[in-house]
Design a protein around this ligand. Structure first.
Ligand code: ADP
Ligand code: ASP
Ligand code: MG
Length: 455
């Protein structure tokens, strides 16, 4: 059995879906469990709809809802045509899903109040629409496919918008539901991103969460491989949207991939690797627009060579500097500090400490007001904004001779606010001003991957 996840661009329109179904069709001997995202940009549209509804802007919410409906109905027209017997059923299904969504949005509009729970309901409709249409299109092309509602098996806690999966429940439910669905079928299809609490309350796994869904299903099913089909030829040495001259990596380790994703490489949701590692399941990142390309294999550590693999970065972070003379010779100070981060659900990336100071970096999207308030009760707190974090990632780079020199050699006059070497030996990170980050990342990438003198 293999899990095949298709991201938004791989299911964006008629051409992309046709290509993706062709790829699935070539792997039927391995019983694919297909996990799909919403069509490209649809989740963003649903966020906008929920935002307008929360402000009682019914007119704009309505306009966007009809845009959504029309896009999906036109797709059915293209994929199934009026002659197919599945056409009518697909139209009925999509209209029904859009009608239910409209009811939810109207209710939010009437109240002018949007809870996290209602938001999770609204933003999950993209995956319900795409999976329904693609299931019909697969059947129309002769692939006997069963649609499974992810909420019957992907169990999570009740952090509605960034829910944590319940690994134990998933390990039981997923095989139960999928095995039954596979009976007499060539393939099974389900929604990425969406989950549900044990009591049936709808949740989602956070932005980009379909990758995570795929690896959780892979883990639960003991899959032979997890394939992440996207719009690039695998994991690159840098973010190809911003860095010139990046190239695809043939293979990287689980640990390297996890660090890259965690430190800014959008190609994978940061938690994707964790479930695969548990069962040592290889992950392949592949390009649905170039299916014969090699892509990137993400494998067990032992199968990967030492050395620099990528330069990742987070463009917008904040640095929280905590000063306290009480820290000197006091046991438990760090524990108290990090308990505050944990209570406020703020996740920390880099940490560096000195005698009377702790500095930590936090993504700018996180609300740190509660943390700052609580820390200020016993320490002086200064927050630096408009900073970026750059990470050089590769197996054992911290141990390799000259790595530090190589990392900082091209930086010359750039001001560095904080340096951290990952405890895992995989990562050297530093913090700089946001206004210079693009130049720094490009220079560092050129130096590490193209300059002979860097070896
Ligand atoms: P999907 O919709 O398939 O999940 P995403 O947009 O989430 O696709 O992720 C793929 C994108 O990630 C690529 O188009 C690329 O621009 C971006 N990306 C960022 N960093 C990297 C990297 N190191 N390697 C490859 N792609 C990257
Ligand atoms: N559709 C969701 C998002 O855009 C999940 C995903 O694509 O992975 O965040
Ligand atoms: Mg993604």
């Amino acid at each position: 059995m293999i899990v095949m996840k298709f991201g938004g661009t791989s299911v964006a329109n008629f051409e992309a879906i046709t290509r993706s179904i062709f790829i699935i069709g070539s792997k039927l001997n391995r019983t694919p469990v297909v996990v799909v995202s919403a069509l490209s940009k649809v989740t963003d549209l649903l966020y906008r709809i929920s935002d307008h509804a929360s402000r009682k802007d019914a007119e704009e919410a309505d306009r966007l809802l009809s845009e959504l409906r029309i896009r999906h109905l036109s797709l059915i027209q293209e994929l199934l045509g009026e002659t197919s017997s599945l056409y009518d059923q697909a139209i009925v299904d999509v209209n029904r899903i859009c009608d239910t969504l409209t009811e939810v949005v109207n209710a939010v509009c009437a109240l002018g109040e949007l809870s996290d729970r209602s938001k999770a309901v609204i933003i999950s409709y993209g995956e319900y629409l795409s999976s329904t249409i693609i299931c019909h299109a697969m059947n129309a092309r002769g692939i006997r496919t069963k649609l499974v509602d992810a909420r019957t098996m992907m169990i999570s806690n009740s952090d509605y918008l960034k829910a944590e999966p319940d690994m134990k429940a998933i390990a039981v439910k997923v095989p139960e539901v999928i095995s039954k669905a596979c009976e007499g079928m060539d393939a099974v299809i389900t929604q990425g991103f969406v989950a549900s609490t044990m009591d049936g309350d709808p949740t989602v796994l956070g932005r980009g969460g379909s990758d995570y869904s795929a690896s959780l299903i892979g883990m639960a099913m003991d899959a032979e491989a997890i394939e992440i089909w996207t719009d690039v030829d695998g994991v690159h040495t840098g973010d190809p949207r911003f860095v010139k001259g990046t190239r695809s990596l043939e293979k990287i380790s689980f640990e390297e991939a996890a660090e890259m994703a965690h430190f800014g490489a959008k190609v994978l949701h940061p938690l994707t690797i964790e479930p695969a590692v548990k069962k040592n399941i290889p992950i392949y990142v592949l390009n649905s627009m170039n299916p014969s390309g090699k892509g990137t294999a993400i494998l067990n550590n032992e199968m990967i060579e030492d050395g620099v693999k990528s330069v990742s970065f987070k463009e917008n972070i904040q640095v929280i500097n905590i000063f306290s003379t009480r820290m000197i010779n006091t046991s438990g100070f760090l524990k108290n500090v990090f308990e505050i981060f944990s209570e406020n659900k703020v996740s920390v990336d880099l940490i560096s400490t000195s005698e009377a100071n702790i500095s930590v970096t936090v993504d700018a999207s996180q609300d740190i007001s509660g943390v700052v308030e609580q820390l200020s009760e016993f320490a002086e707190v200064i927050v630096d904004t408009d900073k970026s974090q750059v990470s050089v990632i590769g197996k054992n780079i911290v141990k390799l001779e000259g790595s530090i020199k190589r990392t900082f050699a091209p930086l010359k006059n750039c001001k560095i606010y904080m340096i951290s070497q990952g405890a895992s030996y995989v990562n050297i990170s530093f913090v700089i001003d946001r206004e210079v980050v693009m130049d720094v990342v490009q220079d560092l990438h050129n130096y590490l991957f193209y300059d002979e003198s860097s070896n």
